[in-house]
Design a binder for this molecule. Structure first.
Ligand code: G3P
Length: 471
């Protein structure tokens, strides 16, 4: 029987899932890597550490039929085109060091949006790569010597593991350098950001020939969020998932054309390109979900995430207490890098549990804002969820109530890796089954409008906080 290996290289860990042709799956490797934080706005990874974890995952897996690779999206670096040596750390998607450079591009933001489909934000790779070109001497030297490669982590891993750098169209769609209509690097976008187009890797379809690792074909490469969308079994327009990982990322399939125009603060993105057909999705990100839970643990607000599973009191938001998880600014639909995390509504009677409840609700309320933005475009009735934070039963019920959608919890945990394995198998003509739901949560009646209105008043207060400090 064929066996497929998914390598899921994510923001906090590298995981390897082996999936047999009958759909049985087992994790064979998992390792976290160091998060290098500098100041309030910089987050880096060591590219060699990530690569070592991928190599360890490959050896733990043993022989397989084919391999799929999923990556952490916008995170990017520079490396030597000839020997593959990293010339910079990985600048992680959460890193906001380029906020000032990005703000300076506001006169051309409409053009950037029209070409890439994306708003101006330090989140995307383009400004990060430009920053490396301006600030890293090794990168400058390599450019002068004609040896410079710039790209997302997938392309670096592929160069080192298969000998050939390449990226896929889903990942390229997260850089702000790809033309969303053509699926190719755009010379005007490269010119605007100051990124030499000749230093970028070729863009390939999501499923196909990405070379081989020690003779085993690598047949799919994809952003982790898109892999999860596929793993959830989303196949037709309107199918929606939210992965509650470090951030919470909602993706809703839109069909065979991108929804352009930046409507509702959502991003048009490529879901996948398979067999000559490209599917698109809208994407909305909450940049701190699990990151907010980790923070709460670090400061002692929480001893264990299991404390977020049940609460005796009614919802904190209905009692006037809420939390805006803008620990790394606000993503969709607000796009405000100067927003700050905020608890509001405390009184002398507010307890530790109330604050915990507000914390988990704040993550769900941000996700609900995104679902509301998606629903204003096309109906969303059902949301499939995964990721560590979705283990909170309270979050899932609160999300169902606040969005009015049925929330589906799939029967397996590793949806990103499973979707990656499904894509790798597809290349060989094999269809791995869709995981069945383990639980379906129906929405209970509540005053949705008042919850969202109250939360949006809190969001207004969180917005611009750091900008006001600077002024
Ligand atoms: O690695 P994850 O699962 O935190 O996902 C990262 C996203 O793709 C960033 O946009």
């Amino acid at each position: 029987m064929s066996i497929y290996l998914a390598l899921d290289q994510g923001t906090t860990s590298t995981r390897a899932l082996k999936v047999a042709a009958d759909g049985t799956a087992s994790i064979v490797f998992s390792a976290t890597h160091k998060q290098h934080f500098f100041g309030t706005d910089r987050v880096e990874h060591d590219p060699e550490e990530l690569l070592a974890n991928l190599r360890a995952a490959l050896s733990a897996a043993g022989e397989v039929t084919a391999i799929g690779l999923s990556n952490q999206g916008e995170s990017c670096l520079a490396w030597d085109a000839i020997d593959g040596r990293p010339l910079s750390p990985v600048i992680v998607w959460q890193d906001r060091r380029t906020a000032a450079q990005v703000a300076a591009l506001s006169p051309v933001q409409a053009e950037i949006m029209a070409l890439s489909g994306l708003p101006l934000s330090p989140y995307f790779s383009a400004a990060k790569l430009a920053w490396l070109l301006e600030n890293n001497d090794d990168v400058k030297d390599a450019r002068r010597a004609g040896r410079l490669m710039l790209g997302t982590t997938d392309a670096f891993f592929l160069q080192r593991l298969t000998g050939r750098a390449a990226t896929d169209i889903t990942t390229a769609s997260r850089t702000a350098l790809m033309n969303i209509a053509t699926g190719q690097w755009d010379s005007r976008l490269c010119q605007i950001f100051g990124v030499p187009i000749e230093c970028l890797p070729p863009i390939l379809p999501t499923v196909g020939d990405f070379g081989a690792i020690k003779g085993t074909p690598l047949t799919a490469s994809v952003v982790d969020q898109q892999a999860a969308l596929y793993g959830h079994g989303c196949r037709v327009a309107g199918d929606t998932k939210i992965t509650f990982g470090t951030g919470a990322f909602a993706l809703s399939l839109t069909g065979s054309y991108p929804r352009l125009g930046g409507q509702n603060g959502l991003l048009p993105t490529v879901a996948w390109s398979i067999g000559g057909e490209t599917s698109y999705a809208t994407d909305g990100g909450v940049h701190a979900a699990g990151a907010a839970v980790d923070w709460a643990q670090r400061i002692g607000l929480l001893n264990d995430p299991a404390e977020l599973n049940t609460f005796e009191a009614g919802p904190a938001i209905d009692r006037g207490l809420t939390f805006v998880p803008a620990l790394a600014g606000l993503g969709s639909p607000h796009w405000d890098d100067s927003a700050a995390g905020l608890f509001i509504g405390m009184t002398g009677a507010t307890t530790r549990q109330d604050m915990q409840q507000a914390l988990i609700e704040g993550i769900a309320l941000r996700a609900s804002e995104i679902v509301a933005a998606m629903a204003s475009d096309a109906p969303v009735t059902r949301i499939s969820v995964d990721g560590g934070v979705s283990r909170s039963r309270y979050l899932c019920q609160f999300l169902a109530d606040t969005t009015g959608c049925t929330v589906v919890i799939p029967g397996i945990d590793e949806l990103t890796a499973y979707g990656t394995a499904q894509l790798a198998a597809f290349a060989l003509g094999e269809t791995l089954r869709t995981p069945q739901p383990s639980e379906t949560i129906t929405p209970a009646p509540c005053d949705r409008r008042s919850r969202l209105t109250r939360f949006s008043r809190a969001v207004d207060r969180a917005r611009g906080w750091h900008a006001a400090d600077a002024g």
